[in-house]
Design a protein around this ligand. Structure first.
Ligand code: KG4
Ligand code: ZN
Length: 352
């Protein structure tokens, strides 16, 4: 059973064809990074316009790459929440038109459920319940995932998403966009204990997150250093710079990353421990982070839990994860009307 999945929730125009919820026949993504790069973040209006330009081409490319036509499809699934409203609307309008023209069932999908599902597409031994940490440019949340794709949201960020903070810190340091990979690479050459950035809400006793305080601390640190005439420069190859008038970008990156990773790891492992889950799944763009993967694996092993993450093309925004979870929802009887609308703030529906 083949489903076309469409996602235009942020800055990627994505379409994919997936058979039986797992077999990825095609997974096409048109990135808008170059458009948003000069602004150091995603500009919603530009994102919508770019989606309009790309959507038909990307859908047809996904069908061609999967070697199917609309006649071979059983349904069309589209992300209709949460995300940038103008961006979401482009995907939803396209999916509705195609469903109407080709007389196919339409399914509106929650983007976060797609991210959560991504691990299931590649890890056949994934058991339930497991704890899923979704970390991307738009989201940071911990969810307990039960059989039948029933969820209990344990906690989420109270302000910025982790990826958003990576992007902002990269902007303060003039490193480019998106900042995650750049900071990750620099951090590997720096000293994570060089600067003691705060770990907001680490010991709050719940599973909520807050990252804007870390971001502000880095900003103040950078501004204070610059005012004091301290140069912020790339360090030596080993990341150490003995010049006392210089602080290395590598040390700032490593110390910032240590703070973010520490909080994410601590809460994810605490969640696995308290729920008894033996697997922690990692998903979203920040799941590519080398320190997060390594630190979480080590900490999870201490409580006998394993960490799973999908390949990069299923970690970041894509249509395959949408078609995948849509297959499960289709089996459960979900069908949407052509009156389906987009909404920016869709929380995950919690089912007992
Ligand atoms: O899932 P994604 O592609 O899009 C959203 O739904 O936001 O995630 C993009 C985010 C960006 O904020 C980017 O900086 C971050 O993921 N990211 C990383 C890494 N690679 C991408 N953050 C930390 N370390 C990385 N290696
Ligand atoms: Zn996403």
């Amino acid at each position: 059973m083949k489903i076309l999945g469409i996602d235009t929730s942020c800055d990627e125009t994505a379409a994919a064809v997936v058979a039986n919820g797992k077999e990825v026949l095609s997974n096409i993504v048109a990135s808008q990074i170059e458009v948003h790069q000069e602004y150091g973040g995603v500009v919603p209006e530009l994102a919508s316009r770019k989606h309009i330009e790309a959507i038909n081409y990307i859908v047809h490319k996904a069908l061609a790459a999967a070697d199917v036509t609309f006649k071979d499809l059983e349904a069309i699934a589209v992300t209709n929440r949460p995300g940038l409203i103008g961006a979401l609307l482009v995907g939803v309008a396209a999916a509705k038109s195609l469903a109407y023209c080709h007389n196919l069932p339409l399914l509106g999908i929650n983007h976060i459920e797609g991210h959560i599902y991504a691990n299931y597409m590649v890890h056949d031994d994934l058991t339930f319940p497991h704890v899923c940490l979704t970390v991307s440019g738009g989201h940071t949340l911990l969810v307990e995932v039960h059989e039948g794709w029933r969820y209990k949201v344990l906690g989420s960020t109270q302000d910025d998403a982790a990826g958003e903070v990576y992007d902002k810190v990269a902007k303060y340091l003039g490193l480019g966009f998106p900042g995650g990979k750049i900071i990750d690479d620099l951090a590997q050459k720096g000293n994570p204990s060089a600067i003691d950035f705060p770990r907001p809400m680490r010991n709050s006793g719940d599973y909520q997150f807050s990252f804007s305080g870390i971001k502000t601390s880095v900003r103040y640190f950078v501004e204070k250093a610059r005012r004091a005439g301290i140069r912020i420069e790339n360090g030596q190859v080993n990341g150490k710079n003995t010049d006392s008038d210089t602080v290395t970008v590598e040390d700032i990156a490593a110390s910032f990353q240590a703070a973010v990773v520490d909080v994410l790891t601590y809460k994810s492992v605490a969640a696995a421990k308290s729920t008894g889950a033996k697997t922690i799944t990692l998903t979203g763009g920040v799941a590519a982070n080398s320190a997060l993967r390594a630190t979480l694996k080590t900490a999870a092993a201490e409580i006998g839990a394993e960490v799973y993450y999908p390949p990069m093309n299923l970690c970041t925004d894509n249509g395959a994860m949408i078609a995948g979870i849509a297959y499960q929802k289709y089996q459960q009887g979900l069908r949407d009307e052509l009156s389906l609308n987009a909404t920016p703030n869709g929380a995950i529906e919690e089912k007992k």
